[in-house]
Design a protein around this ligand. Sequence first.
Ligand code: ZN
Ligand code: ZN
Length: 413
Amino acid sequence: MVKDFEAKLSEYAHLLVEVGLNVRPGQTPSIESHIEYAALTRLCVAACFDCGARNVAPYYGDDFTTRESFLRADAAVFEEYPSYMKARIDWYLEHKCPRLSFTGSNPELLKGVDPARIQARRKASSGPTKPYFDAMMANRFQWCVGAHPTPAWAEKVFPGKKGEEAVDALWDAIFSVCRITGDGKAVERWRQVVDTIARRAKILNDYQFASLHYANSLGTDLKVRLPDGHVWAGATAHTTDGVEYLPNIPTEEIFTSPRWDGVDGRVYSTLPLAMDGNLIRDFYFDFKDGRIVDVHAAEGEEFLRRGIELDEGARCLGEVALVPYDSPIHNTGILFYNTLFDENASCHFAFGAAYPGCVKGGEEMDGAAQKAAGLNQSMTHVDFMVGSRDLSIVGTTRDGREIPVFVNGNFAF
Ligand code: ZN
Ligand code: ZN
């Protein structure tokens, strides 16, 4: 049992480093970790050297220290961003160090801390760290986010289990959706997944559909127009130096942006939506000319209404994403309460902002030009799941041909 776990953890480390980061010989990866993640981090360090890393720079945080400091340190501490920390990330940026980090830490770590301290820390760090994170978003270096269960997260996912038992169950779920079996072949399996996603994205990009029509037996009947020059993307990213990498593992989706003013009809949710700590179940939206004109939810309707009223753009869609019904995440039947996993569970839309890269040249446009091109603008971006066993999606080409995209919940090609 223990041996089996170690084999899987090692396979996971190799997957994150070889496929996620795609560490190149001579690079110096940085690993943002926690002492609780030491076992996985050490396996990742070894995997980096296996890839020919020049050196590896893990940096360990500690939840206990973080919390004690927030509660007991001198208040002035939170107004400053120490120069040694700035020097560290500046060095990473200068050397384009691939960055591995983990999601999963206790979301309630700072419960009871004076919010003024948290805000002061955020304010003090945002300026000094901005060049580094801007470079990361602009693909100047490879980066990847993996996951590591903590008891707090695991107990939320498995309310019937406590402590180690919950953590073990969450590890099993993570391994299963990352296609890790202990046979050491996850890297090969993921190269195939990436190939399949790229093949389908190319087909969709070649069709340049004018619109997609969604229908299922729940009552979904929705027409979604796509912008001129839209780009379907998925799975891989490329650095400005041309290195291919996988920012998120697992990843199943192929996505683009709808026209913010081009959505009409009704769409039913098929999985609960966790928003700001509230759960919204069994809801539908009615759209007219792109705007949500009616909402109904069996549970949590007021939270959903508040969500779409945040600003003008929150009433319109900013993402359309295709995920097969038979995806490993959906097959677990688990709500992970974590975007890395949950947004890959099913076909989804997002209300709120679109990604500028979803239209050719969109990244160079200003806000007004993006909106004119069909890209929605908003402060929010909330994914909700709409895939079902019987979902059909039919694409209509610009010359009026109808092409099946999804049949019975899965890709037609
Ligand atoms: Zn998505
Ligand atoms: Zn999204």
